[in-house]
Every structure is written in structure tokens, then in C-alpha cells.
Design a protein around this ligand. Structure first.
Ligand SMILES: Cc1cc2nc3c(=O)[nH]c(=O)nc-3n(C[C@H](O)[C@H](O)[C@H](O)COP(=O)(O)O)c2cc1C
Length: 242
């Protein structure tokens, strides 16, 4: 029997949730969080499923860099989670795999609530409804992955792979409120190690990918000096994500 692993990146829990749901239908041996993953472990597997959010009609830089580092003869599948605007993300993924000479099976899409809460907030009742609708998409994705089908994927024409101009600027607008206890949780949460405590103050550096993990998951983190409404996937246990 084929040995399958899932590698996921997730800022606010949606892609993690999708990765866990897939394991209900596919025999997945292990799930790995991309920022902490040691790629030498890949050789233990025959197939890898990558579950990633869509950021700005592409996949996050941290996932692109992960794919560029891979040396693996087995087959990959990719599941894209977005708030509905996939744009050319699937084509970007396909091109990236071709450039890296990796064997890509199918790319599937799942619509999840928006985690981009500094731009548009999804209320909890709506988020739950979207997640419930997504369960059908996840089941179909799992079915297609098991059969390696690549149905219904219309790939749009896209320009050059987009650079993440402006994303490091997101953290330039982040700060902490007086309620910050310097617990260090934000530094642990940040997938790019962009947050540090220095001389009793929290410092945001320029490696931010705007995943919103810190802003959505810590009450004390402000954007432009203000705490707006936030979104996290209501069904995941973030402690299991590390
Ligand atoms: C910086 C950023 C950019 C995003 N860009 C898009 C986008 O271009 N299209 C879209 O449909 N959703 C976009 N989203 C929403 C996420 O793709 C979506 O909420 C996804 O489920 C988040 O997954 P996660 O919780 O695993 O990070 C964006 C979210 C963030 C934080």
C-alpha cells in the first residue's frame, strides 16, 4: 500500500482543518506543518499532499520556497484553500512544479472563510456555514486524489510568478497593546520567525508574509494601532499544529 503524508501551511487554521478532514477519506500516515518540517523525512513516503492557503492569487512564499527545496521522486497533490478568488493560483502551482521537475498529480480547490480579517471579516455563523459547505469539496478532493483524477480544473493564463511586494509592509503596521503580557506566544506562532522580544518590547521584522496568524490568534496584537474583528477556524486545536 502507498504511504502518504500531508504537508500543510496554515495561518488561521483553515488549511490545517482541510488537511485533517482529508485524512478521514485518505489513508494518511503523518501530517507535517511546513515551517517546522524536515524535508529529509519525505523519502519515507510514496505520495505527498500539500495543503496551502491562497494569498494574493498565488500560494504563500513560505510554501513556494518549501516546494523549491524539494527533491522527491514520488507524486505530489496540491489542495488550495481560498476565500473563493483562486485567480491563477493553480497555474502558478503547476508552473512551479514543472520548474522544479517534480511529479504533480492533481490540484484541487476548497473554499473556506477568509482569514484576511484586516481587509474583510467573516462572521462566525457565516464561517461555520462556509466550512460545512466545504466538507463536500474536501470529500471530492480526497476522492480525486485517491484516483489521481484532474477533472474540472480550468487553468487561467497568468503572468510571471508574482513577487510578494508589500507583504513585509504588513508587519510594519503591527504593534502590541498595553495588555501584552510578553508571553512569547506570538513569536512561537509566527511561521517566519519575524517576531522577537527585545529588551521587554515586541519587535516585528521584515520577513512577514501577512498570514495573519499573530493578529488573528493574539488579542494584544494590533493592526494600525487598532484591534478589529479577527478570524480563526473554530474547529482546530492550534496546539496540534506545531
Ligand atoms: C494575506 C492574505 C491574502 C489572501 N489572498 C486571498 C486571495 O487572493 N484570494 C482568496 O480567495 N483568498 C485570499 N485569502 C484568504 C485565504 O486564502 C483563506 O482564508 C484561506 O482559507 C486561509 O487559510 P489558512 O487559515 O490556512 O491560512 C488571503 C488571506 C490572507 C491572509
Amino acid at each position: 500500500m502507498l504511504k502518504t503524508a500531508v504537508c500543510y501551511f496554515s495561518g488561521s487554521g483553515n488549511s490545517f482543518y482541510v488537511a485533517l478532514e482529508l485524512s478521514k477519506y485518505i489513508n494518511i500516515h503523518s501530517a507535517y506543518y511546513i515551517p517546522n518540517f524536515d524535508i529529509s523525512k519525505l523519502h519515507d513516503y510514496d505520495e505527498i499532499i500539500i495543503v496551502t492557503p491562497v494569498y494574493s492569487l498565488n500560494i504563500p512564499k513560505i510554501v513556494q520556497d518549501f516546494i523549491r527545496r524539494l527533491k522527491f521522486e514520488g507524486r505530489f497533490y496540491v489542495v488550495l484553500c481560498s476565500a473563493g478568488m483562486f485567480g491563477g493560483s493553480a497555474r502558478h502551482v503547476k508552473r512551479l512544479f514543472r520548474q522544479c521537475h517534480l511529479n504533480l498529480g492533481c490540484i484541487k480547490r476548497v473554499i473556506m472563510p477568509s482569514s484576511h480579517s484586516t481587509v474583510g471579516f467573516t462572521p462566525r455563523f457565516l464561517a461555520k456555514a462556509i466550512i460545512s459547505i466545504a466538507s463536500g469539496q474536501i470529500k471530492r478532493a480526497a476522492n480525486n486524489i485517491s484516483k489521481n483524477e484532474n477533472k474540472n480544473l480550468k487553468l487561467r493564463r497568468v503572468g510571471k510568478i508574482k513577487r510578494y511586494v508589500g507583504y513585509s509592509a504588513f508587519s510594519a503596521h503591527l504593534s502590541v497593546s498595553d495588555s501584552c503580557t510578553k508571553c512569547g506566544e506570538c513569536a512561537k506562532i509566527c511561521p517566519t520567525k519575524n517576531i522577537k522580544e527585545s529588551h521587554g518590547t515586541i519587535v516585528f521584522s521584515d520577513r512577514c508574509i501577512a498570514c495573519h496568524a499573530c493578529y488573528n490568534r493574539c488579542e494584544a496584537i494590533l493592526y494600525r494601532g487598532f484591534k478589529g474583528k479577527t478570524y480563526v477556524n473554530p474547529y482546530v486545536d492550534f496546539k496540534a499544529m506545531r
